[in-house]
Design a protein around this ligand. Structure first.
Ligand code: CIZ
Ligand code: SF4
Length: 352
């Protein structure tokens, strides 16, 4: 649907009034009406680094979800304020691992005698608290682009990895890239005593996967893959590693959002693609590549509902508040959490 022209005009005017004092970040999964006003687009890690590279921007308006704004606050300078246009824009995956649950898990590993040989590896899609836990216990953060390098590094530091919070990225990377078997992986369920595992299972495992998942990418199924192959002969199925292992195994190509974007840029005219990631991005890719057939992997509609909370009215409200001298919805990470979370992020930046 076309955006309300009055709101478009107000967004334009407020952005112009703020000039270089504001820098607007747009995650790939945002609505078109928001992306239109983004100074830069990207995945969560690229956006946080882009914000840090703009120290003259006092206000970083992060059109994305809460953990991304936290990461931007950790990586940007003290004079920069990070604003999330709707505080209800969380991430269901990040919410699946709380600080209390993860501390309890570490106690379970300690009781099983394996905490000192276990290295935490946390996906970027986690709260600042989880990143700080990771940093405190000698672990690293990873993205979907460098998960393999992060696991290689972690297995040089210790014998086991506790992978948080996305079981699918952890399992897919371990099995596809590291040569581990499905039997080397166990699933730690934070809602069960001892994670639902025996001490023997924990001692035998190489990968302890947190039982978290993305509600968007987790929706794709083997049926979606088989169905699209039957409908579109010759189609290349390209999915994000947050998809289930069976989906990733049945796909032709697997990669991060940045990888998916580059794959389509490099694709031959006339080629056919079924993409398993968030729908705003897939629709934009289809529009950007009219010479190729680009379809969404599933028949059902699959937006990230919390990403979609950031819409043009919320963006206009945030920008107009800044023009009026009010700084709304500032996301701040406390100094102690920031120190340890930064240690984990710095380990990722130092990965070979
Ligand atoms: O699934 C997501 O939210 C992704 C891929 C986020 C990101 O940018 O890393
Ligand atoms: Fe979280 Fe999935 Fe939405 Fe990304 S797409 S913000 S991982 S729920």
């Amino acid at each position: 649907a076309a955006s309300d022209p009055d709101l478009v005009e107000r967004a334009r005017a407020a952005k112009a009034a703020l000039g270089d004092r504001v820098f607007i970040l747009g995650h790939h999964y945002q609505r078109d009406e928001v992306i239109e006003f983004a100074d830069v687009t990207g995945d969560s890690f690229k956006l946080a680094r882009d914000a840090a590279a703009r120290p003259e921007a006092e206000y970083i308006v992060f059109c994305g979800v809460h953990f991304m704004a936290e990461s931007a606050d950790i990586l940007t300078g003290p004079a920069q304020q990070v604003i999330l246009p709707d505080l209800a824009a969380g991430c269901s995956m990040a919410d699946m691992a709380t600080a209390e649950q993860v501390a309890e898990c570490w106690d379970v590993l300690t009781d099983a005698g394996i905490a000192d040989v276990t290295v935490p590896v946390s996906y970027m899609n986690s709260s600042a608290d989880i990143k700080a836990f990771t940093g405190k216990h000698g672990g690293t953060i990873c993205t979907s682009s460098n998960a393999e390098r992060a696991l290689e590094w972690a297995f040089e530091q210790g014998q086991k990895v506790l992978f948080l919070p996305d079981q699918h990225l952890g399992r897919n990377t371990a099995v596809r890239e590291m040569g581990l078997s499905l039997d080397d992986c166990v699933l730690y369920n934070p809602h069960k005593p001892n994670g639902g595992l025996t001490e023997q299972q924990l001692r035998d495992a190489k990968m302890i996967l947190w039982r978290g998942h993305c509600s968007v990418h987790g929706r794709f199924s083997l049926d979606s893959v088989n169905d699209v192959r039957a409908r579109i002969p010759g189609v290349t199925v390209l999915v994000h590693p947050e998809c289930k292992h069976e989906v990733v195994s049945a796909a032709d190509m697997v990669g991060s959002t940045e990888y998916i974007i580059k794959a389509l840029d490099a694709a031959e005219p006339g080629s056919k693609w079924a993409i398993g990631t968030e729908l705003n991005l897939v629709r934009r890719l289809a529009k950007a590549h009219p010479d190729k057939e680009v379809v969404f992997l599933d028949r059902a509609v699959c937006f990230c509902s919390t990403m979609n909370r950031i819409d043009l009215p919320h963006l206009v409200w945030a920008l107009e508040s800044l023009v009026e001298g009010r700084v709304p919805n500032v996301i701040t990470v406390d100094p102690e959490t920031e120190k340890y979370a930064k240690a984990a992020l710095d380990r990722m930046l130092a990965l070979p």
